[in-house]
Design a protein around this ligand. Structure first.
Ligand code: PRX
Length: 645
């Protein structure tokens, strides 16, 4: 690893922050040593309860059967809407930006409350009751947020399926989830390309008796097929419906939603999150991780189909009375200015995105950014994978103008919200590190035998105690729930990630356990080699995997995508291999380096290393189902090149 730079908190950042360093330390201590006081205080401050709890917390990680706030009653839509009506009725709750730059819609808290209540009553009119399950297959349009909140208002459990998934993927989820209602749209546009959602939903639901009603939002007015006995227009369903719908009083442990993990291979796994604990975790982590201030406008670029969209596009910001920006389109449509245009147009203060998006923007050079002022930005966030130090530096200096702290947030679908991240104005920043745990989070590193390591070191990242936002079940599969999270290191929540801890206690999440390359008796991490390749100005993206050599050893195989204006050459290949040898050591210099026009990514932007491992090993006969990749052509191109080598 190259030398680590530190960016100390600036005076300005400290002055603007919600907490001082001393307050953070005190609260963190309290959260671990007096959890009863900590959680009671936070729960009362951040959430409105109809009935208080009898028992704060019970259960443990032996079976994973944990409960928080037992006996309490609350409603999520009441917390996200009704309680703000007295104070901020006319503040924008959602700012929507369509695929085309001239499409904007602003929805105030008053309007959102009315629309959500109306849709909630309309759903009741269709027979949806507390505990029923509703599948939402909608793009990033306000109706998606409205449908989610309407479900929570009447106690229905929602499951969002990313509106880029195929009919087969949607069908699998509807069947697993046994949803009698599907909400979709006629069509949506992404990057100027139409996606015919209703056709896909029709195909997914063919001969599926479980689906009683399909509610269709008229979004682009495209021609669609209509099944009169099943299909209902969203706008007709709402016509003349009473906008007064008292929120259902839900138990804290009632399921709120089910979200299928983003992995593109294997059977989808439905993570179940519950009402009270999840809402508190969403509100608390949004408030502290994003240093939420009145007037903030957060743009979380994640799709609502992923947990990040649930927690930081919708529930966290609205629970805290913030304004949240929703963008339908693609970051570089109609051109590479779009992200910066949106930030300037809507005065975004908090920009939360993924390293994969940043790398795609960085590849266009700095000119388009320099043509924007971006002066509204106060805080930048990153999620989903390790942010490469080079990308971090670019984000900090070029986008954030040396002013905005970068909050590198580590978490997972199963954690419900952010677990490890620096805090603005409190934590000194180290590019590539998610820094320190949030309140109530007790991480640990274990060796291969499950023994806890202390001080500096590298090992399996686990969480030692329950927190309110943790996943409560894998829908319909208790064994898979226990196997996924609690079997490997009994008594702990197993994250499946490897991490390093440095002398300051900072965590550096390296990646999934499978991304380790065994070589010359040592373990190398893909991300270290990738970060080194990214130092070269012509490299836009890199993915490094191991492939079998002899006697349990592995060779290193690098896939490299170049900047838009660069072209591959043998000379550049030698330079890049030499760069890794000089920075990381000869032993981990790639034996093979393949140029990639693009890397295979899941729909949520994660590089799919399992497929790259197969390509590197030249085992390309059966790559599994690749239709759920963002662009399956990426794999085909790589395979053709590999076979021609
Ligand atoms: O490997 C870690 C990586 O993403 C995994 C969680 O993926 P998912 O459940 O799809 O949730 C995505 C939204 C949080 C983690 O186990 N990951 C996430 N954030 C980071 C990260 N790796 C390094 N640094 C991060 N900030």
């Amino acid at each position: 690893m190259s030398a680590v730079k530190t960016y100390p908190v600036t005076e300005q950042q400290a002055e603007n922050a919600l907490l001082t360093r001393a307050q953070y330390l005190e609260l963190y201590e309290q959260s671990l040593h007096d959890p009863e006081t900590f959680w009671s205080t936070q729960a009362k401050a951040l959430v409105d309860w109809f009935t208080p709890w009898d028992k704060l917390h019970s259960g443990d990680f032996a079976t994973g059967d944990v409960k928080w706030f037992e006996g309490a009653k609350l409603n999520v839509s009441h917390n996200c809407l009704d309680r703000h009506l007295e104070t901020i009725p006319d503040q924008a709750a959602i700012i929507w930006e369509g695929d085309e730059p001239d499409q904007t819609r602003i929805i105030t808290y008053r309007e959102l409350h009315e629309e959500v209540s109306r849709v909630a009553n309309a759903l009741k009119g269709l027979g949806v009751r507390r505990g029923n399950r509703v599948c939402i297959y909608l793009p990033m349009i306000p109706e998606a947020a409205i449908a989610m909140l309407a479900c929570t208002r009447i106690g229905a459990v929602h499951s969002i399926v990313f509106a880029g998934f195929s009919a087969d993927a949607l069908r699998k989820r509807i069947v697993d989830f046994e949803s009698s209602i599907v909400i979709t749209a006629d069509q949506c546009n992404r990057g100027g390309q139409p996606i015919r959602l209703k056709d896909i939903a029709d195909e997914a639901c063919q001969d599926l008796d479980v689906v009683r009603k399909m509610i269709v939002v008229k979004h682009t007015n495209a021609d669609i097929q209509w099944i009169g006995t099943r299909d209902v227009w969203y706008h007709e369903m709402c016509k003349g419906v009473n906008p007064d719908c008292p929120p259902e009083e839900m138990d804290a442990e009632d399921p709120l939603f089910i979200i299928y993990t983003s992995g593109s291979l294997g059977t989808p796994k439905g993570a179940v999150h519950t009402t009270g604990g999840y809402l508190l975790w969403a509100a608390l982590t949004h408030k502290y991780a994003f240093d939420h201030h009145e007037g903030d406008i957060i743009w979380c670029t994640a799709n609502i189909g992923w947990i990040t969209g649930h927690t930081y596009f919708l529930y966290g910001p609205l629970a805290n009375g913030g304004t949240t920006l929703m963008y339908e389109g693609f970051p570089t449509y109609p051109n590479e200015n779009r992200v910066w245009d949106i930030i300037d147009k809507h005065d975004v203060t908090t920009f939360y995105t993924a390293p994969t998006t940043l790398r795609s923007l960085l590849a266009y050079g700095d000119e388009s950014i320099e043509a924007h002022h971006l002066s509204s930005l106060r805080l930048l966030g990153s999620v989903g994978e390790q942010i490469n130090p080079d990308v971090w530096e670019w984000f900090y200096h070029v986008v954030g103008n040396d002013r905005c702290p970068i909050i590198d947030t580590w978490w997972q679908t199963g954690t419900g919200g952010i677990m490890i991240c620096p805090l603005a104005g409190v934590t000194d920043l180290k590019p590539g590190s998610s820094a320190l745990p949030l309140f109530g989070v007790e991480p640990a590193l274990l060796d291969d035998d499950g023994q806890e390591m202390h001080g500096e070191g590298e090992g399996h990242l686990v969480i030692k105690r329950s927190w309110p936002g943790q996943v409560r079940a894998v829908f319909g599969d208790q064994k898979r729930f226990v196997d996924t999270y609690f079997s490997k290191f009994p008594g702990n929540y197993s994250t499946g990630d490897r991490a390093r801890r440095d002398a300051d206690g900072y965590y550096w999440v390296i990646g999934r356990q499978d991304d380790i390359i065994q070589r010359a008796g040592r373990k190398y991490t893909s991300s270290d080699i990738e970060n080194t390749l990214l130092i070269h100005p012509q490299v836009a993206e890199a993915a490094v995997v191991g492939y079998p050599a002899n006697c349990n050893e592995q060779h290193v195989y690098a896939f490299v995508t170049l900047m838009n204006e660069s072209s591959p050459s043998d000379e550049l290949r030698d330079v890049l291999i030499g760069l890794v040898a000089s920075v990381e050591g000869r032993d981990c210099a790639p034996e093979q380096l393949q140029w990639a026009r693009q890397l295979p990514k899941t729909r949520s932007g994660k590089i799919l290393r399992s497929i790259l491992q197969q390509i590197a090993a030249n085992e390309v006969d059966n790559l599994g189902d690749i239709s759920m990749l963002f662009d399956p052509r990426a794999v085909k191109d790589l395979v053709i090149h590999r076979l021609n080598q």
